[in-house]
Each structure stands twice: as C-alpha cells, then as structure tokens.
Design a protein around this ligand. Structure first.
Ligand code: ATP
Ligand code: MG
Length: 431
C-alpha cells in the first residue's frame, strides 16, 4: 500500500508512490491524458491521469467527473516547476467515492449574493481559503502576543443583563422569563478582570444589531479586548501600538503565501512600525477642514473622514480625545478639556477605517454614576461595575479590535463579510 500523504507535505515524497484523498478542483485534458487539479483541504496538486497507466475504463470515468467529485487516488510524486505548487502526481489508481454533478460555483463570474447563498460551498475556493487561513493566523498571532505579554485570558459572558452601549443595537433573547442581551462588548467584565489579574483579555463573539448596511459592519463579529490596570490613555496607546505592530508582523511571517494568493501588497503591512502618528480629534478636524472634507462639528467620524485622515499617513494613525458626547458612558473625561474623552481609535491605512477603539475608563465612582444617569442607563444593572470604583479603583483602560475588520485590511478585501466563515449581516442569517 502506498503511504497516505497530503498535498501540504507532498514535497517529502518526491519519487515515491503515495495515496491522496480529496476533491476535483478542475479537470482538463484530451483523449489520452487528463489533468486533475486535486484539492485535499491542505492545498492543490496537479495529478496526471493517462489512459496508458489507468486503462481505458478508469480513464474515461475520470474524464466525466464533475467539479468537487470526491476521489481517492494513488500515484507517484514528481517535482515539476511548471505545475501549481511545484509538484505533479502521476496517477496509478483512482477510486471514485462520490460523483458530483453540476457544482454550482463555476469559473464564470458569480455575484456576491449568489456566492454568499452558497457560502457552505464557496469556502472551498482558493481565495476564500486564503482569507480564512489569514484569519486563523491572525487569531493565533493575537492570542500568542497577549499570552506572551502576561495578559490573562478571561472569557467574558455572552449572555448579559445590561446594555453597555445603549439598547438600540442589542439583540435580546428570552432568559427564563426575562430578557438577556447578547453581548456587544466584553469590556466591562475585563475591567473586573484587570482589577483582579492586572492584565486580562477576552476574545469571543460579539453581537450588534447594526441598522446600516455598510462594508464594515457585521451583526456578529469576534472581538479581542485587552484591559490593563494602572494604565492611563498614553499607556493604552503604547500597548495597543505594540500589540498591532507585533501581531501584524507575526501574521506576515506566518501567512505570507496566503497573502500572496490574495495578491496583497505586503509592503503596506511591513510598514506597520512604531511610532504610529497620534493626532487629537481637534487636530484631525483641522486637517480635514484643510483638505475640504465636510463634517458636522463635534460629530464622530464616518467612513469619508476616516479614509481622508488615514490617506495622510503610511501606517495606522491613532486619533485620540474625541468629543465625550459621541462616545460611551464609561470613558474618562480629559481633565484638561472636559468635553473630550480619553479615548483612542486606531484607523487602518488604505481607507479601512477604525479597526481598534479604546481608551481610559472613568475610575471615579461619583463621576461614573453621573454618566450612567446622563445616558439613561438602568442604574441597578451597574451596581457590580460601580463596585470596581468603590473597592480599590485605579486608572485603567484597554481596547477592542474586531477580527473581521482586521483581517479584511490584512487581506486587502473590500467588504469584511468575506473575513467571516459564515457572516451575519442586516439581511443575512443563512446559511
Ligand atoms: P463603528 O463606529 O465603525 O461602528 P464602533 O465605534 O462602534 O465602530 P467599538 O465599539 O469601538 O466600534 O468596537 C471596537 C472594534 O470592534 C472596532 O474598532 C471594530 O474593529 C470592531 N467593530 C465594531 N462594530 C463592528 C461591526 N458591526 N462589525 C465588525 N466589527 C465591528
Ligand atoms: Mg458601531
């Protein structure tokens, strides 16, 4: 019996006969020779079927197989610089496991709606695989970074009793007769964690009933949220910068072949080096005005403003001290300008916009209570959160990075929905 192999390890088997299992990615050929591009989940390899080696019956069966038919084959491995991946397998035997007919995703152009309707199959295509492998590399990199830098993984709950950033974007669900909300941020729990362990993080799904259909919003996305005790806004910016530089470098090192499949300009990612430019919101507004970009005074930045700003720099830019009025209740006010919050957004280059939002938290119990009241939030739900300010409060802060936005930027893809295996958007809950 030939040794079982995978496409990813095919280079170890040159000159040997191996057994492979997989699916037909593409098939072309003539009367006597057929070229089967075999996909086994680890990669693609060209297999050559010839009537001489396989006999007329098997050969003609192969010739008729549709895309994505599943097969088990044996064959000898040859190095061949002309073939995809640099190797070729000369088939000595083929077992057809299931004959697929009329696979819906073909070489012709399909619209996004069709492709997302067939997401369960679309995952098999080369580009989608590259994106999702970059996503996996990004997750590994960010977890690795945080674990290596003494942040303790502390999972925040998904079902929560309180609305951290207002109720309008929350999904509710029945919880034994009361309403539980699917979390839109694990941050408040990380604040409790940071007071216990100094540096913590969570990484998990978050849910936001986003009402607008943009290319940067999903209703379900994964967010990593580190939190640090004894840290002010500058410390948070330093930590977020170090995190981003190191995580991007790890992804580039690990996932370069996948980024190349996506034809990503990797030099853009290699320029993600310290120091990131840091501009205040007020300074950013002046720069936008200089460039004639319209905006409402004291408003949050939207996509046009973020794009125009990031175009001024060759690496991510940190915008700090937004108007407190457009930011969440828990943000600490700037003691120098009380209308400004001690917050920071990191904007990715090339118009990708905000990928990180973070800042220093209000650590004074009275000020925090006043904010909760101003925002009309249910006070009773925040008793435990106020406890964190009553028992050993200290300056602290952190940030959140949405993995899909991060991956979309890493990969250079326009819409973040391709960065999720099964994206959930305003108009999509299937498949
Ligand atoms: P935006 O203003 O773009 O909606 P936000 O200010 O609501 O973003 P935060 O609450 O600061 O975002 O969330 C932290 C991070 O989570 C963002 O920087 C982004 O990477 C990600 N994120 C936020 N909302 C979404 C979403 N709907 N889909 C995907 N990622 C998101
Ligand atoms: Mg939002």
């Amino acid at each position: 019996m030939p040794e079982a192999a995978t496409v990813s390890s095919i280079h170890l088997h040159v000159g040997q006969e191996v057994a492979l299992s997989g699916w037909i990615y593409n098939l072309r050929g003539s009367g006597k020779v057929a070229f089967v591009l075999l996909r086994d989940g680890t990669g693609l390899v060209q297999c050559v079927a010839s009537v001489d080696r396989l006999g007329p019956e098997t050969f003609s069966r192969i010739r008729r197989l549709g895309q994505e038919s599943s097969i088990e084959v044996t064959g000898t491995v040859q190095a061949d610089p002309r073939a995809t991946g640099g190797y070729e397998v000369r088939l000595t035997g083929v077992d057809v496991v299931q004959e697929a007919l009329g696979y819906p995703i073909t070489k012709k152009e399909h619209g996004p709606a069709f492709l997302f309707d067939h997401r369960h199959l679309w995952l098999r295509s080369r580009r989608q695989q590259a994106i999702l492998r970059v996503r996996a590399a990004a997750v590994r990199a960010l977890r690795g970074y945080l674990d290596d830098h003494d942040y303790l993984l502390l999972d925040s709950p998904i079902l929560t009793p309180n609305a951290c950033e207002g109720t309008s974007t929350l999904f509710g669900t029945d919880y034994y007769g009361r309403t539980a909300w699917l979390t839109q941020s694990g941050q408040l729990y990380q604040e409790a964690g940071a007071m216990a362990f100094r540096k913590t993080y969570c990484f998990g799904p978050t849910f936001r009933a986003e009402k607008s259909d943009t290319r940067r919003h999903l209703t379900e996305f994964w967010m990593v949220e580190p939190e640090i005790a004894w840290a002010d806004l500058d410390d948070v910016m330093d930590a977020a910068e170090d995190f981003l530089v190191e995580v991007v470098a790890r992804v580039v090192a690990e996932a370069r072949p996948h980024l190349e499949i996506l034809e990503r300009d990797i030099s853009v990612l290699e320029r993600v080096q310290k120091p990131f430019p840091r501009v205040s919101y007020d300074e950013a507004c002046r720069r936008l005005a200089d460039r004639g970009i319209p905006m409402e005074p004291e408003d949050d930045f939207g996509a046009p403003q973020e794009t125009a700003l990031s175009d001024l720099y060759d690496r991510p830019v940190m915008v700090h001290r937004y108007p407190a009025a457009v930011k969440a209740f828990y943000m600490k006010r700037d003691p120098v300008a009380s209308s400004r919050a001690l917050c920071v957004d990191v904007l990715a280059p090339e118009g990708y916009g905000e990928i990180i939002g973070g800042g220093q938290r209000e650590d004074d119990a009275d000020a925090l209570l006043a904010r909760i009241r101003e925002h009309g939030l249910p006070e009773s739900a925040f008793g435990w959160y106020l406890d964190l300010r009553r028992y050993g409060s200290c300056p602290h802060g952190g940030w959140g990075l949405g993995i899909e936005r991060f991956v979309a930027w890493l990969c250079g893809i326009r819409h973040i929905r391709e960065a999720a295996p099964f994206p959930r958007t305003l108009d999509r809950l299937e498949p």
